[in-house]
Design a protein around this ligand. Structure first.
Ligand code: SAM
Ligand code: DTB
Ligand code: SF4
Length: 324
């Protein structure tokens, strides 16, 4: 059953189960909703890098932090298309285009819609992450054929003010709601390791799992070191089992959502990634580059999936699970 009425106490109790019981429960749900040998792949491209007016304390692209990332203009559609072709050839199923904006300018919308149409024509799923959107912008992107929109809540409602001050969690949730209502699939998750407490990680998942509908995909990012950002000085290494517990909890609270093991895989052992897949993670980013930081080489991912007997495929739900 898909529930959207989870309480913190319930989530805490599941999170704290003996590891074997937690994994068993997560795996049972994973198998009920997905093929556990299938993993989805998405490739990222930064179509407009740096110079962002927002002050997200983790982000290399904020104009508020001195990180050495050079600001660029919005790329041309032809360049984006060339990168999308490469990503497809390298095995990506979805192409996610990210721009360092508070929100897109209306004058950019024609070009963005053009990019969506062109990438979709290649037979790739399309995703964008452009900051906050108005309902009109959602409608235009939907009409262009955008499949997914990524907009993370990043952390718990309580910890959010320590992460960004130029916007609130309510602003984030508002865009997520606009996207959902506009018929674009929602990709929404967060980051672990920014100095937050275990309770914040659980609260982040409860926030997602109590939305009117669960996000279609839930990216779990592990803090990716960035010199020069405020979070870097308070970031704390995440215990590997703590990461697995959060992945398992995401799988249990949102059983029909695709959980993506996102940033931070370069620092993870093969064994840890395998445990995350066993706990219910069923998507990864592929390609050498995320937005401004690195990702495991294609051969490493290929090798890992082969050794695990996993294959790149749509993690298509095996049963159509109705949203509560
Ligand atoms: N400007 C858009 C926005 O804010 O939604 C999109 C770009 S933003 C870089 C996309 C997401 O990447 C963030 O919400 C955050 O969860 C993740 N992210 C950014 N920097 C990260 C880092 N250093 N480590 C881990 N995840 C990070
Ligand atoms: C998400 O949750 N993770 C991706 C994607 N959504 C846009 C981005 C990760 C960015 C990691 C830091 C960087 O490369 O700048
Ligand atoms: Fe800008 Fe997005 Fe980075 Fe925040 S996370 S500074 S909104 S690019």
């Amino acid at each position: 059953m898909i529930r959207t009425d989870w309480t913190m106490a319930e989530a805490r109790a599941i999170h704290d189960l003996p590891f074997a019981d937690l994994m068993h429960r997560a795996q049972a749900l994973h198998r009920a909703h997905f093929d556990p040998t299938a993993i989805e792949t998405a490739s990222l491209l930064s179509i407009k890098t740096g110079g962002c007016p927002e002050d997200c304390g983790y982000c290399s692209q904020s104009a508020h932090h001195d990180t050495g990332v050079k600001a660029t203009k919005l790329m041309d559609t032809a360049e984006v298309l060339a990168a999308a072709r490469q990503a497809k050839a390298a095995g990506a199923q979805r192409f996610c285009m990210g721009a360092a904006w508070r929100s897109p300018k209306d004058r950019d919308m024609d070009k963005l819609c053009d990019m969506v149409r062109s990438v979709a024509d290649l037979g790739l799923e399309t995703c964008m992450t452009l900051g906050m959107l108005s309902p009109e912008q959602v409608a235009r992107l939907k009409a262009a054929g955008l499949d997914f929109y990524n907009h993370n809540i990043d952390t718990s409602p309580d910890y959010y003010a320590r992460i960004a001050t130029t916007r609130t969690m309510a602003d984030r949730l508002d865009t997520v709601e606009q996207v959902r209502k506009g018929g674009i699939k929602v990709c929404c998750g967060g980051i672990l390791g920014m100095g937050e407490a275990e309770e914040d990680r659980i609260a982040m998942l409860v926030t997602l799992a109590t939305l009117p509908a669960h996000p279609d995909s839930v990216p779990v990012n592990l803090w990716n070191e960035i010199e020069g950002v405020p979070v870097q000085v308070r970031a704390q290494a995440v215990d590997p089992f703590a990461l697995v517990r959060i992945v398992a909890l995401a799988r249990i609270l949102m059983p029909a959502s695709v959980v993506r093991l996102s940033a931070g895989r370069t620092g993870m052992s093969d064994e840890l990634q395998a445990l995350c897949f066993l706990a219910g993670a069923n998507s990864i980013f592929v390609g050498d580059q995320l937005l401004t930081t690195g990702n495991p080489a294609a051969w490493k991912d290929h090798d890992l999936l082969t050794r695990l007997g996993m294959r790149v495929a749509k993690a298509r739900p095996q049963i159509a699970a109705p949203q509560a």
